[in-house]
Write a protein that binds this ligand. Sequence first.
Ligand code: DGJ
Length: 777
Amino acid sequence: MIEVRGDLFLLATRSTSYWFAPTPHGHLEHLHYGPSLPAQDPAALRVKRDLPHGSSVVYSPDDATSSLDAVPLEFSGIGQGDYRLSPIEVAHPLGFDTDFVYAGHRLFDGTAPHPTLPVAEAGEQPDVQSLEVTLVDALAGLELTLVYTVFADVDVITRRTRLRNTGAATVELAKLASVQLDLPDRGFTIRTFDGGWIHEAHAHDRTVSSGVFSIGSTTGASSNRHNPGFLLFADDATEDSGWAYGVNLVYSGGHASSVERDAHGSVRVLSGIQPQGFRWPLFPGEAFETPEAVLAFSAEGLNGLSDRMHRFVNAHITPARYRGLPRPVVYNSWEATYFDFDEKRQLSLARQAAKLGVELFVIDDGWFVGRDDDTAGLGDYTVDAKKFPSGLRAFTRKVEKLGMRAGLWVEPEMVNERSELARAHPEWMLRVPGKAPREGRHQQVLDLCNPDVSDYLVEQVGRTIDEGGFTYVKWDMNRHLADVYSPHVAHPGMTAHRYVENLSAVLERIFAPRPHVLLEMCSSGGNRFDLGMLRFAATIWASDDTDPIERLEIQQGLSYLYPLSTISAHVSASPHQQTLRDTPLSTRFNVAAFGCLGYEYDLDFLSAEERREITDQIAFYQAHRALFQFGRFRRGARPRPDRFVWQVGDGDAAIVGNVQRGVRAAPERDVLPIVGLHPGIPYRVVAKPQRLALDRLGHLVNHVSPVKLDPSGLVMNVVSKHRSLPDAVEEYRGTGELLAAGIRLHMQFAGTGHAATLRMLGDFGSTLYVVTREDEA
Ligand code: DGJ
């Protein structure tokens, strides 16, 4: 809820408070963002200015202590004595000087609509309130509105900024942050999620110290370089305790965030649109509104913070049509066939997938005319009659007859030079006049600033979905922006942002009228994994990397800010196509299960054993889908960097995954805490039965086999395809408190023999533990 007491602004969620109030000179002083505080005189929270400070610029000649450099502010400016990075840079007739002072405010229920971009929605929650605080700089002719929305149920506050030109001259905006947050330093660490293609969202930590640390994307998309979301946590914070802040943007374009520690022990966080290449002319009377920034605080460590962000995304970001909707188990044909397929091959895969229990079959890239590789065809929506002689609808009917739904891959924002579309409309691509275009994956970017392009996409993609009878779309985007110039905007600096605005409009126009179509976003994997896309999509393909060991870092990185219901994760072949790493099928599933499960596999080469195992995996996932997709997720403490522990669910039921990247000789005795269960209630913890392929034992198999086998011989090969050993025969019991203290797991294999309960993990081994109440069994 939001309350204004005198001149004190009190924003409160279930367990956090956010306070600010004007200074005597009208600047908004930030007072507190942290645990809930009862309303009271905030004097103790104000920055004390007892005497002037050396080498500082004084704001008011009547007040020698009025230097702004030491004051935590809600939104600063340039030229008033605050020398930290400014959240705004706007060129107006008097230069860059901006001095925003309080002019008024407005409180209202619900959220504030954004004119061009998606923002979080109230959903079914009644306790969502907004506050707009207006500040003015009369001399510069500017009015700045800070928009706050409080999502009390999930402990999230969003912020954004609106700038209006109230003067008589045109001004040019070069930077406008969505949020500024000035916090007292608590020995902060900043954790960012960075990487590149096939190694997205790896967590990196740096201590916040003097100076500025920044991340951002200049690619036109939120990018796999640096996710727009990041964390800031106190020096004593852990996964389960301590102060932690999360910041994210509901934006899919280029972004920039900085964290600056100043000489007074204050940390300034700025986040918003990437200023490089951004210029926005504001004609008299016009306004510009930034994307929405998302803030969360938890005094219960990083897991507490993630829980708040997850509940926020599930309740307020995911479109209403997908909210809480179980995500289907998908089969995607890409890694099985790449471009080399026809209807017969797809149908054979579909038949096999249906038998395994798959619920939705996706035809990936390669279905349209000219698309035999990635050099041609993008932009055209005519089905390749050589591949699908009876058309897509005939194919999807066959898929439906097999008991599955059908999905289709598209990449609408792009065009190959070798396509009908490029030939018909060479002027539809983003291009700098007089310059040869820069290609990425042989493709160029359509100019979404052009309304004709938007209309074409809405019509073509919509028609393809409807005519083909698809209920699932994978929307890909396989390159970054370059040649960022469009004749359809008033200033070249508007192009990249306008692209994102118009992309949002296109997505809305295609998918809002088709609520039965589930949308999965993709950008060469996780090159656009952000809240902007999640306002339209149910899930995002997290990475082209399906190696489970690589996925541990990627999915764990994403889990800090994004719920498992949004993370697509597939099981694929081993050795892996990108790493050559050989991993057990059990681990490939055990990692993918912590997300929205799919298979991306050449099913023709599955052995009988693998078919049995996959069938069991899918049935297991279906039985526990609600936990995997919507259960509370926690990362376990990692006593060794090679061990990952993930828990979904708590209260009455949970599943815990324990994955080991690398084995050591005579491995340590593993302890497995399971948290969040009811005290005094007895639980049973059973390892999900899985199979150990015989060939994984190599020559050791001769210790258990009645006949001597050549470990690399034909017989062993054949036997392995039909026989395997039971693995993970473990069972434990205890009350909620006992399990929280930590189960001492059975020993791992150490070369001293074999026992049914022994944990045969080795490199890349893993187990899923299913926790149920004994009294309800
Ligand atoms: C990149 C995606 O990430 C892949 O899954 C696949 O759809 C290819 N594009 C197809 O070109």
